[in-house]
Write a protein that binds this ligand. Structure first.
Ligand code: FAD
Length: 443
């Protein structure tokens, strides 16, 4: 019988949990680590290659980011690129592929807003970003221009340094490199769900579907569920979650690279964009939509857990009403609700989204690919009465709870490193700084 006592237990085998496992195993002298995952494998939910947009987000084509957020995103994405360089060429090619990317502005308002973005500092952070007008676009991404009325203004900010990433394979790579550490005992347990946790004499006892485990430190990397576990310790920092579902439509391949759209600041989830699929070079994916499913995850039945994720008080109610009554968010949610409806959904998506990117696409060429997509845990912060952009971490003494909306896969390695440093301090572990700097340092 395996031991039930650990220095560190990581709950959740998506890319966030996998990255913590890698960072701790590769760069500290930890002795006993266990990763617990409720499903049968690594990365079956949001980190799965069919669940997300496969974009390594740098912050250059994401017009809803502030300059500060873009600077952070660039550093986080560069960390992933550093990791990729550690792998042999064949594995690199299975995980990542370089491509062109752009943000496309259509019509006077979007064109002016993009031009303002370009001159307001984003070019300083991303010197490789180029402003490209209609004529230039017809050379590099012809299907965004073909068939578009001559009087419709368009402009794009374009970069050659876009990346499609198979985050599922990246997560698996993190785990397999973690298992190379033969000095530590690193165990993986699948098909095992953590049901509850409690603190007992400065340690945590986790009750799972396969009995109890004890640990000095615990990291929750369970997406939306991390907030529910934090609440078990009466520790939630006034946060709630609204689930934002995202589906994709597909067509035969029509674009060379990633085409993002201009979106408003303050709206945390990405506007519909179109891009190639790293596993299937023959298609273009359009999405994700933004719906409000009454569940926390796309697998299993999670409705009652969703209800449990809210605080039932006046402040929470006021905050939720405030965030969802924002004009832009209401408009996005209303139109996206229609995209999910049978019969008319595809027609609306075709008119409002797909044709804005590829004007000549035909209705019959578009399919709603219902198996693709996932559910983003959109964090609502009662302190600021707003949506929180990006991932969130809650710290108890010897516990970390990671809640990871988009672009959580791009920031996963940086998040894992941050957790590793915190865990090392809490458990008195030694970090091998020399190895870390040589392998993942970004100067
Ligand atoms: C439509 C969509 C598009 C996106 N596009 C991008 C993108 O282009 N780029 C980007 O960087 N990010 C993107 N994201 C976000 C990204 O996919 C997530 O931030 C990331 O995958 C989160 O990883 P995770 O490991 O935290 O969560 P998950 O991958 O969801 O993993 C959580 C794991 O915890 C396990 N778990 C849950 N509860 C328990 C329990 N009680 N016991 C044991 N295990 C448990 C689950 O089974 C699961 O395996 C997108 C997300 C969506 C939904």
């Amino acid at each position: 019988m395996e031991s039930r006592d650990y220095d560190l237990i990581i709950v959740g085998g998506g890319i966030t949990g996998a990255a913590v496992l890698y960072a701790v195993s590769a760069y500290t002298n930890i002795s006993r680590v266990l990763l617990i995952e409720k499903y049968e494998d690594i990365a079956t939910l949001n980190s799965n290659s069919r669940s997300n947009s496969q974009t390594l987000h740098f912050g250059d084509v994401e017009t809803n980011y502030t300059l500060k957020k873009a600077t952070e995103a660039k550093m986080e994405a560069n960390r992933v690129l550093r990791y990729i360089h550690l792998l042999e060429k064949g594995e690199q090619a299975r995980i990542i592929s370089k491509c062109q990317k752009m943000v496309l502005g259509v019509g006077d308002e979007e064109v002016e807003s993009l031009e303002k973005t370009y001159y307001s500092g984003i070019k300083r952070i991303f010197p490789g970003l180029k402003k490209v007008e209609r004529e230039g676009l017809s050379g590099i991404e012809p299907n965004t221009v073909r068939g578009r009325p001559a009087e419709e203004r368009i402009v794009a900010l374009v970069s050659d340094s876009g990346y499609m990433v198979d985050f599922e394979r990246l997560a698996r790579s993190f785990v397999s490199r973690a298992l190379r550490n033969k000095k530590a005992r690193i165990n993986l347990m699948f098909n095992t769900a953590v049901k509850s946790l409690r603190e007992v004499r400065k340690e945590y006892v986790l009750t799972t579907t396969k009995g109890e485990f004890r640990t000095k430190f615990v990291v929750f990397a369970t997406g939306s569920y991390s907030l529910l576990f934090a609440k078990m310790l009466d520790f939630d920092k006034n946060l709630s979650i609204i689930s934002i579902g995202g589906d994709y439509f597909i067509s035969k391949r029509m674009l060379n690279g990633k085409v993002y759209r201009v979106q408003k600041g303050g709206v945390p989830f990405a506007a519909v964009h179109a891009d190639p699929d790293i596993r299937n070079p023959d298609i273009t994916r359009y999405g994700p939509t933004a719906t409000m499913p009454l569940r926390l995850e796309k697998r299993g039945s999670t409705f009652f857990d969703y209800l449990r994720s809210f605080n039932y008080d006046i402040k929470t109610l006021e905050t939720l009403v405030k965030v969802v009554s924002n004009e832009d968010i209401i408009r996005i949610l209303e139109t996206n609700f229609v995209y999910g409806l049978p019969l008319i959904g595809k027609r609306w998506f075709f008119e409002n989204e797909a044709r804005k990117i590829v004007p000549t696409i035909k209705y019959e060429q578009l399919y709603h690919e219902r198996g693709m997509g996932g559910i983003r845990p959109q964090i609502v912060d009662e302190n600021t009465e707003s949506f929180f952009v990006g991932a969130s971490k809650l710290y108890d003494n010897n516990a970390i709870f990671n809640i990871t909306p988009s672009p959580g896969a791009s920031s996963s390695l940086e998040s894992g490193i941050e957790d590793m440093k915190y865990i090392a301090r809490a458990l008195g572990l030694r970090i091998d700084h020399k190895k870390f700097e040589a392998e993942l340092g970004i100067g």
